[in-house]
Design a binder for this molecule. Structure first.
Ligand SMILES: [Ca+2]
Ligand SMILES: [Ca+2]
Ligand SMILES: [Ca+2]
Length: 257
């Protein structure tokens, strides 16, 4: 009698262990499938500058497909630079849709209250040798304070703009401001992509129909000329959460994912 009770207890214990093992194994599988990054399931597209055809060609062999690419985090950044050349670093704090520039703990410039700064980069976007303060900005009003005389009505809907500001005589001033862009930029990058030692603006373009969200539909490269940017290249339509630049064997490439 005692012996059969012992056997029942042993079998019960074994059963409990088996159930526990199966339970943890199952929850592990479930956990893994939830944690799998979305970027892995999306096709990354790589484009490199083709010196002969003078255009960006899509690479068929996609060596970046295995690389983990995370969607743009860029809603916040904190950098330092001395752009006014007074040998004191300014702090560039970009967060909550606002850019604040301070020096010696004193605010020297702040983006307007009715702007939402979507992206911000320090780089020489107009290729004059001076590092610029570049901003992708959502705001209402096509022309701000500088509406040309021939424009009768300022479009007050909230649209995306690209702004270049520089230090001039110790003050932060606008150098170039776009009117309403035809398509909003979801992300901006500034880099020399076509080997001419001049920077280009690489963007992910969305659609105003999705605003206030920005869902990337095209990759595009814009080139500065004396009075603004002109479109050098645009990808075929796709779904893009982010773009990064790469140099592969001396070739300038970027990957949209
Ligand atoms: Ca300074
Ligand atoms: Ca510049
Ligand atoms: Ca270039």
């Amino acid at each position: 009698m005692k012996r059969s009770r012992l056997i029942i207890i042993i079998f019960s214990l074994l059963y409990l262990i088996l159930v526990s093992v199966l339970f943890f194994k199952y929850s592990d599988i479930k956990k893994n499938s939830i944690d799998k990054p979305e970027a892995f399931s999306r096709e990354a597209r790589v484009y490199c500058w083709d010196k002969d055809d003078k255009t960006f060609a899509r690479e068929e062999q996609n060596e970046f497909a295995e690389v983990f690419l995370s969607p743009k985090s860029g809603t916040e950044s904190h950098t330092q630079a001395d752009l006014d050349g007074n040998l004191i670093m300014e702090k560039y704090d970009f967060q909550n849709g606002k850019l604040t520039i301070s020096e010696n703990y004193e605010i020297i410039w702040q983006s307007e209250d009715d702007w939402r700064v979507e992206d911000f980069i320090l780089a020489d976007s107009n290729n004059d040798g001076i590092t610029d303060i570049n901003m992708s900005v959502w705001k209402s009003g096509d022309f701000g304070d500088f509406k040309p005389l021939w424009v009768e009505e300022n479009d007050m809907s909230i649209k995306n703009h690209f702004f270049i500001f520089d230090f001039k005589d110790g003050e932060v001033r606008p150098i170039w401001q776009s009117s309403n862009l035809d398509a909003p930029n979801c992300q901006i990058l500034i880099s020399d992509m076509d080997d001419d030692s001049q920077n280009e603006l690489v963007v992910i373009e969305g659609d105003y129909a999705d605003s206030p969200d920005c869902k990337g539909k095209y990759l595009a490269v814009w080139k500065w000329n004396e009075w603004g940017f002109f479109n050098e290249w645009r990808s075929e339509a796709g779904v893009f959460d982010g773009v990064e630049t790469y140099e592969v064997g001396g070739e300038n490439c970027f990957v949209g994912f």
